[in-house]
Write a protein that binds this ligand. Structure first.
Ligand code: 26Q
Length: 818
């Protein structure tokens, strides 16, 4: 079936037919889930044609292919997004209406594919959308986790993690490709053998364990161009009996071990965001999908090309953070041990193929694998890493004779560890940060020595987001309005056109329309909150929103301390001038991150108290949205008035939620951190609420041993009061211990760490003042409408289409397919 002409009658027929053949039910008796499946399968038939055509075109035109290697792809639901990108949303909605079926309810049946933690994983998903939309040949390569990001339940204010059984009902969009299965080997030992015939030494892995990597392909539908790319995620299967060497047959123990290995390796996504944990299983996951993906990529190249030394002309590998950087050594292994290249030839190909993106400067997120763990699990790969390190260290010594300090700072192997970022930088042909400020900090601080040695590798690629999901799908009212105002819907593929809205920012009629849409979206969210939290919120109050992973550096704690401060004020002076405000939070905490979990509990405790205090007459409400994820995020962005981006300056590499809020008309209340800096560049300081220390100031304090929060506590009676309330039981049913750790961390620090490492007390006053300005600005209805519209009008730069085009122009040099 072609997407050229949508045939409503045919589509309805398909849906009814699918219900029959798959579930043996008529529409009247079908469950919502069955209807979802029937609709998704009907859509898949439409997609498949374009998918096959696209792949055929790629075969014929032989473009350079990008392999985007990532441990995470936070895709979100596929149904609605595919309908949007195929320009079928309206028609399918109509078709289903005629059957008496509500498309929204059907969409709600799809589990959110949550194969990612947060920013990094969602960025990968936006990139795939943009690559297909711009017409570039690309594969996303990752892992088909059985369990993605956990579902969050809130019980008595505490986070409970519930397994995410996203595959329970099968997945209509996936396609298993057993014909592309690859074997991946772990452990054992390496025997070297001199080959008389070739005069080469062969490296033979023995006594290893292996698994079969079996790919599942997902269609990535481009917007309005019939291009369908592929997300390839790998499942693991045990090597079956008949695949074992005859020598191994009958080794019962080994068979069981290999079964367990296969089961464990793809079992679950590690729910750590921005935090490294040296778990062997994590390294297994990394090598598993990297090895399988590279084997498949090289095999694909060899199908149509003879000269393996020209590999880099037809493929490039982007490594999404250090997680897949074992790619460097694995590609060397394949080129040398399997393709017969010598070291120098293999190195030339590898260093022209691999590129690396850094997403964080947080020390605790840097991957450093213990050498004994690494070398035992990947003995041949480790030999190669040793040689890469040896040659790299030689190069350092050549450039900086006698300067062993440089070796210490830059070597790949150091102090019993493999420093993955160092390997990626030594081998990559490009090293990029994800926002201007972040890249500058990399060049001048974190990776200074590398930058001095290899400045040509460093570049910036400011992140972006896809307007197809976060405006067209998430906020259809605003999307339609934009189209009407601009007189075209081509902003869908050229977000810079949004600047055409600037001429309306002072137009009272446009202002009213714009704010009316915001109100509708706030009502939609208020309904969601009532249903999920049982809390009634006033859609005319200011919706002040902080949604993102919970992390100390993101300072959700500062936000809730400020709410406690406001509440104290209101209690003391019930008639004070105060514009009604709803503080909305959404955040998952890594399961083992206690302080983050305490913060969630604190937010919920404050919510409980404040929401049920009749004396403040509903002027202040606090809501914690359970299980923040891509699907509810779309609604939350659409409904937000204020975008809280309050990380300690220098800590948030970029942020991408900030861009989604901006797109939907919410001004930023934030620090000069990450991409906030560039948002302010675009809209002007008068259309944002900026506060707090600069990144230079923060870094300065850090280099000089921190600061003394206790002085602030002693001198500022409001802060004093709020902090005391953490330990006097106000929010803990009288239990002084519950939030003691939070209190301690702010005033005294832990052993080995500074007090208030993230400068919450230091920035508190300036944050509170910025919040006051928000309130004043909101009272000015016209002024606010202008500010909100200016944000939407100024978001053009932050499309992931722009980001991808920059990657293509400066790094990947892909061929455009039309
Ligand atoms: C590492 C080792 C072991 C286990 C887990 C991890 C791990 C997992 C996820 C380390 C880091 C992450 C995620 C990092 C991340 O999401 N970074 C964010 O990337 C965004 C996209 O570039 C930026 O916008 C955010 O600023 C950055 O925090």
């Amino acid at each position: 079936m072609k997407t050229e002409r949508f045939d409503k009658k045919l589509f309805k027929q398909e849906v009814l037919n699918n219900l029959k053949t798959q579930f043996r039910v008529e529409l009247d008796n079908a469950s919502q889930q069955q209807i979802y499946q029937a609709v998704a399968y009907a859509l898949k038939e439409w997609i498949i044609e374009d998918w096959m055509d696209t792949q055929k075109t790629y075969e014929e035109k032989d473009p350079k292919i990008l392999y985007y290697m990532s441990m995470e792809f936070l895709m979100g639901r596929a149904l609605g997004n595919n309908l949007i990108n195929m320009s079928m949303y309206g028609e399918v909605k109509e078709a289903l209406d005629e059957l008496g079926v509500d498309l929204n309810a059907v969409e709600d049946q799809e589990p959110d594919p949550a194969l990612g933690n947060g920013g990094l994983g969602r960025l990968a998903a936006c990139f795939l959308d943009s690559l297909a939309t711009l017409g570039y040949a690309a594969y996303g390569c990752g892992i088909r986790y059985q369990y993605g990001m956990f579902k969050q339940k809130i019980k008595d204010g505490y986070q409970i993690e519930v397994p995410d059984e996203w595959l329970k009902n099968g997945n209509p969009f996936e396609l298993k490709r057993p014909e592309y299965a690859k074997e991946v080997r772990f452990g054992g030992n390496i025997r070297t053998e001199y080959d008389e015939a070739t005069g080469r030494t062969n490296f033979i892995q023995e006594n290893y364990q292996s698994v079969m990597a079996v790919p599942f392909d997902y269609p990535i539908v481009g917007y309005g161009n019939h291009i369908v790319n592929t997300l390839r995620i790998w499942d693991a299967e045990a090597i079956t009996d008949f695949q074992l060497d005859s020598f191994d047959k009958g080794e019962y123990d080994k068979a069981v071990e290999q079964k367990n290995l296969a089961k464990n390796i793809v079992e679950v996504l590690y729910p750590n965001d921005n935090h490294y944990e040296g778990k062997e299983l994590r390294l297994k996951q990394q090598y598993f999908f990297v090895s399988a993906s590279l084997q498949a990529a090289v095999a694909k190249y060899k199908k149509n090309h003879d000269d393996i030394t020209k590999l880099y002309e037809k493929m490039t590998i982007q490594m999404n953070d250090t997680h897949p950087t074992v790619s460097v050594a694995e590609l060397m292994r394949i080129l040398m041990d399997e393709e017969g290249l010598g070291w120098d030839e293999a190195w030339e190909v590898t260093t022209k193929t691999c590129a690396y993106t850094n997403h964080t400067i947080m020390a605790e997120a840097l991957e450093k694998w213990p050498i004994d763990l690494f070398s035992k699990l990947l003995p041949r790969v480790y030999q190669i890493v040793e040689e890469i390190d040896r040659r790299f260290v030689n190069k350092i010594r050549e450039m900086y004779p006698g300067n062993e300090e440089k070796v210490k700072k830059m070597a790949i192997l150091w102090d019993g560890q493999v420093r993955m970022a160092h390997m990626a930088i030594a081998a990559g042909y490009s090293v990029n940060g994800v926002a201007k400020l972040h890249t500058e900090i990399l060049k001048n601080q974190e990776l200074k020595d590398f930058y001095q040695m290899m400045p040509e590798k460093f570049n910036n690629k400011t992140n972006g987001i896809t307007q197809r999901r976060f405006l067209m799908h998430g906020n259809p009212l605003l999307a339609d309005w934009v189209t009407k105002k601009l007189g075209t819907d081509t902003w869908a593929t050229d977000l810079s056109l949004m600047s055409g809205l600037k001429k309306y920012v002072d137009d009272p009629k446009a202002q009213k329309e714009f704010m009316d849409i915001k109100l509708q979206n706030k009502k939609r969210l208020a309904k969601y909150i009532l249903e999920h939290n049982g809390v009634e919120v006033d859609p005319t109050s200011i919706f002040d929103v902080q949604v993102k992973r919970l992390h100390e550096y993101k300072r959700q704690l500062m936000n809730i301390l400020h709410v406690m401060y406001l509440y104290n004020q209101l209690k003391k002076n019930p008639n004070m001038k105060f514009y009604p405000r709803t503080f909305i939070f959404g955040a998952k905490a890594a399961a083992g991150y206690l302080r983050a979990k305490q913060t969630i509990k604190l937010i919920n405790s404050v919510a409980d108290k404040v929401n049920n205090d009749a004396s403040i007459k509903g002027k202040l409400k606090v809501v914690f949205i359970e299980d923040y994820r891509v699907s509810n995020a779309e609604w939350i962005f659409a409904a937000a008035d204020v975008s809280e981006q309050i990380s300690t300056a220098s800590k948030e590499a970029s942020g991408t939620g900030n861009m989604k809020f901006m797109l939907n008309g919410a001004p930023t209340l934030g620090t000069m951190d990450g991409a906030n800096v560039e948002i302010v560049d675009e809209v002007g300081a008068e259309n944002a609420f900026i506060f707090g220390m600069s990144s230079e100031e923060v870094i300065n304090y850090e280099n000089n041993g921190g600061y003394h929060p206790y002085e602030i506590y002693q001198n500022d009676k409001d802060i004093h009061e709020v902090l005391d309330q953490l330990v006097d039981g106000t929010y803990a049913n009288g239990d002084p211990e519950l939030y003691k750790d939070l209190y301690q961390s702010l005033l005294f620090g832990d052993t080995g760490s500074q007090a208030d490492m993230y400068f919450i007390l230091k920035d508190f006053r300036s944050y509170a003042e910025a919040q006051k300005k928000v309130e004043e600005a909101y009272r000015d209805t016209k002024g606010w409408a202008k500010m909100a519209m200016t944000n939407t009008a100024g978001c053009g730069k932050f499309s992931s289409d722009r980001t991808i085009q920059e990657y293509v122009d400066d790094i990947w040099h892909l061929d455009k397919i039309r």
